[in-house]
Design a protein around this ligand. Structure first.
Ligand code: GAL
Length: 835
């Protein structure tokens, strides 16, 4: 009896084992070698020079900044340059170039299929398993996967994966990061399985009372699949089964897919305001009825339409994109992806009223797409910054002929089930726009998108608008995307058959948090000896414009589709307008939020226009300007209210009302240089600086006082003060550790913010947490980003703290204690509980 029981139990265990699809993220246990290695007899190689790392890993971000790193002498044609110039800090001044190797061992249960999935590897990845080359993938932003089953050891144990990466200099226009900067996963399945990205879900019919969910499932098998059964069940956002269907693989179509159509009643629609997610569970049974694979796919039910003259509709409702473009780096964390850092960025953008993200100019990390699904952001996913014509000497054009279609297809299959993705962009400002083949190539890429995903419109970011309107390039897109060139919007609308214009990239306003400059003038390409741009938010690059121009286009013309602002966050590299021979500038000034994740004043401008469910009032500048006594010092209120009143030291400076569109236009025509901003901000440009207190009261349209804010002149700096993005942290063993962004500020004895302090702050982290990185938002700061000290910039800086688990902590106190210390100031301590 006992033996029979054990036998039955083993059968159950075997059955369970055989059904198990396992996806394990290979985070720990990697070794990294900077530079090339002599041989790839991987097991034998015990040479020195390998260090233990965990992945995601960016090999350059903890290195010192140095002007000599990737110093580029180039002519940036798209910026209007007529000859090559010395570009300092173009890629961030960090040593991302060169060769790096990674290796790790892994086990696979005998008899299983094994696939290695790379979310991205920077770059020119070549992969070996147990000394056999399994494949290569050059593009550093692409996700890719290799079936490594044939190369496994017979007992499945102690397999070694080796990855060689190489970054050439002159290969990027911004900091690309370096290494295995995204996750690597090991997928093991039975020999009858659904391959990676093998499920394709669409919702062809969406009505109030029902939706049809179409699931197409690709089934792979070592032996013939005739008679194999595929069951799909739909689970609604509340976790309740909402329909299922069974299909036999003999009904497979010519593409090798099983198609199922399941009706869901009263569908809960996905939108940024209500990001409802459904799940499809696909189960594959062999001819003997054994469950061999089970795949879960998240999707959403929603409709998208682009209607001539009227723009974009989501679920039948018209809306304009309130979007931002972002590069992939996470400021001081570098390119090494971190889900909690991505979430932190999205939370800040959501609070601002942003509802869309463009992954400029590359494929995103999959976690960003998952978070956009969950948190409610519409996405434009964009793969390329260049096609076959170079922007960078060693850029993607080297791979174009062989890889462009493969990269596109993988991207499209990867993200075609994600409801957040509402459009594809096929490229950004590609020089091919104006070439003879430009229109045909745009059409070719568009058709690849439509073939793989017939549900989403295709756009591209065009900067050479004059030629793309003439040569058919713009007409080849479902939605013509204009980068800047606001003066061309009307012409594009008039000429193009689509009769809509998308602001695929807008603004490129520049500013430095807390650095105010006088006189306050709207200007393109202003530069100053301190390498900062005006915090009054009136400056942009020469080819670009201040945010008000885009607000007006969105407000005044129904056929404009809204915008993607360049950029939501500052990033490493491209320090325009200080990009030419301007070291130590090495990070951008474009961000609405700086590199330290601290909002610039522009944040409140966008919030005042984009948040329709909450009021905004933010008064600038700070009111501590020693030496400016008696000088004109304009005060600005960023607010959704149309009227406000300013008091300085209790004396009214008068009421101010925003201009109407017509008033603004005629004031601009009459030479009022600030009229453009008076439509969207309250501006008192005649007041003089007197230390003390400024107070702005905002009035609603009935003339009632609705909100107010007071800003006071600071006394002598007295203490540091800390605030955390998180009141508590939730520890998690497998996923990225929880992060708290701690903002350090200097205050006087009364708690008034001291906006000029720039002293050095040291960080001590004790208990259940560790220091990860710091930044101050100063694009010229050469402080290393991953050491526990940072200079303040405009009175503030940020430390990023990681919570660690009780199991890992020497002293599992349940609390992480962060102390900030600066000479001459009272130190500050913050305790953050870890759950
Ligand atoms: C655009 C370009 C972006 C960035 C921006 C700066 O033309 O698409 O990548 O360079 O200019 O203003």
């Amino acid at each position: 009896m006992r033996r029979t029981g054990i036998f039955l139990l083993s059968l159950v265990v075997m059955a369970l084992n055989s059904t198990a699809r396992e996806m394990v993220t290979l985070r720990k246990g990697w070794e990294f070698h900077r530079g090339d290695i002599a041989n790839i007899d991987l097991k034998a190689d015990r040479s020195t020079g390998w260090e233990s790392v965990s992945v995601p890993h960016d090999w350059a971000i903890d290195q010192p900044f140095d002007m000599s790193n990737d110093l580029q002498t180039v002519q940036v044609i798209q910026d209007g340059e007529t000859h090559p110039t010395l570009k300092t800090g173009r890629t961030g001044g960090l040593p991302y170039m060169g060769i790096g190797w990674y290796r790790r061992s892994f086990d696979v249960r005998p008899g299983k299929m094994a696939t290695l999935v790379f979310d991205g590897a920077m770059s020119e990845a070549k992969v070996w398993v147990n000394g056999h080359k399994v494949g290569e993938w050059p593009y550093g932003y692409a996700s890719f996967h290799f079936d490594v089953t044939p190369y496994l050891n017979p007992d499945g144990r102690d397999n070694v994966v080796m990855v060689r990466l190489e970054n050439l200099p002159f290969s990027s226009r911004w900091y690309p990061g370096a290494g295995l900067y995204r996750n690597v996963h090991l997928l093991t399945t039975d020999s009858l399985y659904v391959p990676v990205w093998g499920v394709h879900i669409t919702t062809p019919y969406v009505k109030d009372d029902f939706a049809t969910v179409r699931i197409r499932t690709l089934v792979n098998a070592v032996s013939p699949t005739h008679g194999v059964r595929v069951d799909t069940e739909i689970i609604n956002p509340n976790g309740i089964s909402s329909g299922r269907m069974s299909g036999i693989v003999s009904h497979i179509d010519s593409t090798g897919c099983v198609e199922q159509n399941i009706e869901v009643s009263s569908p809960a629609l996905w939108s940024p305001e209500s990001p409802c997610l459904y799940t499809a569970v696909t189960r594959v049974y062999d001819t003997g009825g054994y469950l061999c694979d089970s795949v879960t796919t998240r999707f959403g039910i929603r409709t998208i339409e682009v209607i001539p003259h009227r723009g974009f509709y989501l679920n039948g409702h018209h809306r304009k994109f309130k979007g931002v473009c972002n590069h992939h780096d996470l400021g001081p964390l570098g390119a090494a992806v971190n889900r909690n850092a991505l979430r932190h960025q999205l939370e800040m953008l959501k609070e601002m009223g942003c509802d869309a993200v463009r992954t400029s100019h590359n494929m995103p990390d999959p976690q960003l797409v998952e978070l956009c699904d969950e948190m409610g952001f519409m996405m434009m996913i964009e793969p390329f910054d260049e096609w076959e014509i170079a922007k960078c000497r060693n850029g993607y054009h080297r791979f174009w002929d062989e890889w462009a279609e493969r990269d596109m297809v993988e991207m499209l299959r990867h993200y075609r089930n994600n409801p957040s993705v509402v459009m594809w962009s096929v490229g950004n400002e590609v020089p091919t726009q104006c070439s003879e083949d430009g229109a045909a190539m745009a059409a070719w890429l568009r058709d690849i998108c439509h073939r793989e995903d017939p549900t989403r419109p295709v756009t591209a970011g065009m900067d050479q608008v004059a030629c793309t309107l003439e040569n058919g390039f713009a007409a080849a897109l479902d939605m013509p995307g204009l980068n800047y060139r606001t003066h061309k919007y009307h012409e594009a609308y008039d000429m193009l058959p689509q009769r809509v214009v998308l602001g695929s990239e807008t603004a490129s306003a520049v500013s430095s948090r807390g650095v105010y400059k006088w006189p306050v003038e709207i200007s393109g390409n202003a530069t100053y000896p301190d390498h900062q741009s005006n915090a009054y938010e009136v400056e942009s690059c020469a080819w670009a414009n201040i945010p008000e121009v885009d607000f007006a286009l969105a407000d005044d013309f129904p056929w404009t589709m809204g915008q993607f602002v360049w950029t939501g966050f500052d990033y490493l590299g491209e320090p325009s307008p200080y990009n030419t021979d301007a070291w130590p500038s090495h990070s951008s000034l474009f961000g609405i939020i700086d590199l330290a994740s601290i909002p610039k004043d522009r944040y409140w401008l966008y919030r005042s226009q984009w948040r329709k469910d909450d009021h905004t009032l933010y008064v600038a500048p700070h009111w501590t300007h020693p030496g400016r006594e008696g000088k004109i010092t304009p005060v600005i209120a960023y607010t959704d209210f149309n009227e406000g009143e300013l008091w300085i030291n209790g004396v009214s400076m008068g009421r101010c009302r925003k201009l109407s569109a017509v008033e603004a236009d005629s004031a601009v025509a009459a030479g009022d240089s600030l009229a453009l901003i008076r439509r969207y901000r309250l501006v008192w440009d005649y007041v003089v600086y007197t230390p003390g207190e400024i107070r702005v009261v905002a009035y609603d349209d009935d003339g009632r006082a609705a909100m107010e804010q007071t800003v006071r002149t600071a006394d002598t700096p007295y203490a540091l003060s800390l605030s955390s993005s998180q009141a508590e942290l939730t520890a998690n063993a497998d996923a990225d550790r929880p992060l708290a962004y701690i903002t350090v500020s200097v205050v006087d004895r009364d708690g008034n913010f001291c906006p000029d302090d720039s002293r050095l702050v040291e960080f001590e982290v004790k208990g259940q947490g560790r220091f990860r990185a710091a930044a101050n938002g100063d694009p010229t700061s050469l402080d290393p980003l991953q050491e526990p000290r940072m200079h303040l910039f405009s009175g503030r800086c940020t430390a990023i703290i990681e919570g660690i688990n009780a199991d890992d902590a020497d002293n599992p106190s349940g609390v992480v204690t962060v102390t900030a210390i600066a000479s001459g100031l009272r130190k500050a301590t913050l305790n953050i509980p870890i759950r």
